[in-house]
Ligand binder design. Structure first.
Ligand code: C2O
Ligand code: CU
Length: 374
């Protein structure tokens, strides 16, 4: 009994509860706030979670339920967090898209995201309100296979790389620019980050570290020192890569040097919420019915994001089997901000009771309150 209690207390401390048959409930408290950080050696205000930037890594097993209480500690703006790639089957209100799946969380308020992770993989989460992703609101979410199942390949160790981009202008300034007439584009990011670290001006150099610049000499304990992955020869490593960049399309090269390449904003990576889809094909010009002849109907890759090339089309197919209101949009944040997105309202009449917290904020909160008073 004492042992049991000890185990319970121990699990409790880490916010993990055993559900049925190995599936666990994992609890997190996320306080979203602006913090000072030196991600690229220069000090900036970025969005952090619990004082961390990028936010804490969430790690769970297939079948687990994540319970994340997100508290908005920003003083003047709403927030939400979207769990990118998680399908939210049966819990569309936990998708974390402001004004689509829920009301924005007002300053001082807490919203509980509770959902099951039903598929293993390397995911990430990010803000889905205004330009909060560019402001730094993101982190990794990794879902492992259950212990009883083996990965299809063996590896001796693993690394998790979360790629992102950083601007020296604030996301507020960017928002104003984008909605001004004439519009002012946000421009290229100043620095590319791996796990929240990058070197302003050093990463432009062909060498890993440009030692000719004084700010590019690292002892290794600096906040912005390059992250070094320790590997042993003849071992196999799994590298998990997720890109939460707001703008940059990246190619990651592994050789003597790490090179990230910051262009290609004329391509549009489209992302679908609530589903994975099959990519059937793509081509140049406008899609013509004849193009369907070349569709890949037998070995189409399953994705949740796909690129549409300039002056081209991309065809995808998904099964509408998850009632909800789902965003489908270009994942370049300023493009979405300027309107490059649509919403699929899917089997909405089949959705069971939506938690009121998802429905209420601002005027709707007042409306609902009046309804209950009358
Ligand atoms: Cu990762 Cu709607 O976005
Ligand atoms: Cu785009």
């Amino acid at each position: 009994m004492r042992l049991l209690r000890a185990i319970f207390v121990w699990c409790n401390l880490f916010g993990v509860f055993e559900l049925s048959f190995g599936a666990k409930e994992r609890n997190y408290e996320f306080d979203v706030e602006y913090i000072y950080k030196k991600p690229d050696c220069l000090e900036h205000v970025v969005m952090g979670i619990n004082g961390q930037f990028p936010g804490p890594t969430i790690r769970a097993e297939v079948g687990d339920t994540l319970v994340i209480n997100v508290t908005n500690k920003l003083s003047t703006e709403g927030t939400v967090i979207h769990w990118h790639g998680i399908r939210q089957r049966g819990t569309p209100w936990a998708d974390g898209t402001a004004a689509i799946s829920q009301c924005a969380i007002n300053p001082g308020e807490t919203f509980q995201y509770k959902f099951e992770v039903d598929k293993s993989g390397t995911y990430f989460y990010h803000g889905h309100y205004g330009m909060q992703r560019a402001a730094g609101l993101y982190g990794s979410l990794i879902v492992d296979l259950p212990k009883s199942q083996r990965e299809p390949f063996h590896y001796d160790g693993e690394f998790n790389l979360l790629l992102s981009d950083l601007w020296h202008t604030s996301s507020h300034e960017q928002e104003v620019g984008l909605s001004s007439a004439p519009m002012r584009w946000i421009g290229e990011p100043q620095t590319l980050l791996i796990n929240g670290r990058g070197q302003f001006n050093c990463s432009l150099a062909a060498k890993f570290v440009n030692t000719t610049l004084p700010q590019c000499n690292f002892k290794g304990d600096e906040e912005c020192a390059p992250e070094i992955l320790q590997v042993k020869p003849k071992k196999t490593y799994r590298i998990r890569i997720a890109s939460t960049t707001s703008l940059a399309s990246l190619n990651l090269a592994i050789s003597n040097a790490n090179q990230l390449h910051g262009n290609g904003s004329e391509i549009h990576p489209w992302h679908l919420h609530g589903h994975d889809f099959w990519v059937l094909g793509y081509g140049e010009g406008k899609f013509k019915p004849l193009d369907a002849k070349s569709f890949n109907l037998t070995r189409a890759p399953l994705r949740n994001t796909v690129v549409v090339f300039p002056y081209g089309w991309t065809a995808l197919r998904f099964k509408a089997d998850n009632p909800g209101v789902w965003a489908f949009h270009c994942h370049i944040e300023p493009h979405l901000h300027m309107g490059m997105g649509v919403i699929f309202a899917e089997g909405v009449h089949k959705i069971r009771k939506v938690p009121t917290e998802a429905l209420t904020c601002g005027a709707t909160a007042k409306m609902l309150l009046n309804d209950t008073l009358h």
